[in-house]
Design a protein around this ligand. Structure first.
Ligand code: 5GP
Length: 362
């Protein structure tokens, strides 16, 4: 496993509330248990359970959202999640989260996002570059990834960008509010919009106006696409020409053809797909076909907390399941630079990081 940990990696599909450490969730549950808000013993076994259907995963998210309700906790989990990714040499992280409104505690979508930004600034095990190069960087610590070697020490560094998720339970107006928020927060590292949430809930036409508007305004788009069989929706999603899609588990011949002709990169989440039974077994996972046909793809975690995984574990799984070596997986990680939602300067700096790591590969 150490070999995969030390390799630089790019993470493009990670949900904030799905990436929370079990230990943090248990600590938060214990506190709410003591306050009588939940029954700790009931919640404990749900958090620690390993195998979950897709439906159970979404019930678990409802529970996690109860545990992570307030601003301070959002700040804490953001900090921890970034530190966890950085600790396994993720050098570029696109973290996605659904801005939440909760009048009872004075939370608006904006204040939720501000709590996330506080979490980014609170990271102290690594240097975080989260603002675009063309943003106004006054009052912000370095947004470059040049190592601080002044005092002889080399700090670890990570680029972080944010995607705002629209939950499929939301209305058109709520989806539009998220897109407008993303536009207002562009200088603070928000680069795009994701559509996620329970795939059997909601209608494409509910989200389409907001997604179309986001595209027109130049935000990047990635969509959870084809997690359940729904050819009509898959076709409509591809017609929007998102810059990436996630999962693509339930595509039929026609949809594969269209995806491949459009060359849209796919975020592949192996453990998540197997655990939720979206794909029956690793042997029949579409990773192999996409890889063999040289279709752009990127290995991701989805929900490292919920699925007890890490990006290094996902690389290890791809290596063992598909017989890929270190060089081939290094190449995949390096290729992912082309699919990130950041400016050319970030891409250039990431390429330098990978070039210098490549020299130490053998
Ligand atoms: P959050 O947006 O609250 O930070 O992260 C958790 C949320 O991400 C879940 O409530 C759900 O909306 C979305 N999510 C996490 N994993 C998945 C997944 O595998 N599929 C889909 N469709 N949505 C997911």
């Amino acid at each position: 496993m150490e070999g995969w940990v030390s390799m630089p990696k790019v993470e493009l599909h990670a949900h904030l509330n799905g990436s929370v450490r079990d230990s943090t969730l248990l600590e938060l549950a214990r506190v709410l248990g003591e306050k009588g808000v939940i029954v700790f013993s009931d919640v404990e076994h749900v958090i620690l359970k390993n195998e979950r259907s897709l439906a159970e995963v979404f019930r678990l998210f409802d529970l996690i959202h109860i545990l992570t309700t307030d601003h301070k906790i959002i700040t804490r989990i953001t900090k921890e999640v970034i530190e966890d990714f950085a600790s396994e040499n993720v050098v570029y992280l696109e973290l996605r989260t659904t801005p939440k409104k909760n009048d009872s505690i004075g939370m608006s979508k904006r204040s939720y996002l501000e709590a996330v930004l506080e979490g980014i600034k609170a990271v102290n095990t690594v240097d975080v570059a989260f603002r675009p190069h063309n943003a106004d960087v006054s009052n912000v610590k370095s947004s470059s990834l040049i190592n601080d070697t002044c005092n002889g020490s080399t700090r670890k560094e990570i680029y972080v960008r944010l995607l705002l998720s629209i939950d499929r339970r939301e209305t058109t107006e709520a989806a539009m509010e998220t897109v407008k928020l993303a536009l207002q927060m562009r200088d603070l590292g928000v680069v795009g919009i994701d559509l996620s949430g329970n795939p059997i809930v909601g209608e494409w036409m509910t989200f389409f106006p907001a997604l179309k508007f986001a595209r027109e305004q130049g935000l990047y788009i990635t969509l959870h696409c084809g997690e359940v069989p729904n050819p009509k929706e898959i076709r409509a999603m591809l017609d929007l020409l998102p810059q990436r899609i996630g999962h693509a588990c339930c595509f039929e011949e026609e949809e594969w053809k269209r995806l491949k002709s459009l060359n849209i990169p796919v975020e592949i989440c192996l453990t998540s797909n197997i655990r939720t039974n979206s794909v029956h077994s690793i042997e029949v996972h579409h990773f192999a076909d996409l890889y063999n046909s040289k279709h752009p793809l990127v290995i991701c975690t989805d929900d490292s907390g919920v699925f007890s995984t890490s990006l290094s574990k996902e690389y290890n799984l791809a290596a063992s399941a598909f017989g890929l070596g270190r060089r081939e997986l290094f190449q995949l990680a390096q290729n992912a630079i082309e699919y990130i939602f950041a400016d050319d300067e970030v891409k250039r700096e990431l390429k330098e990081i990978f070039n210098s790591a490549e020299k130490k590969l053998d």
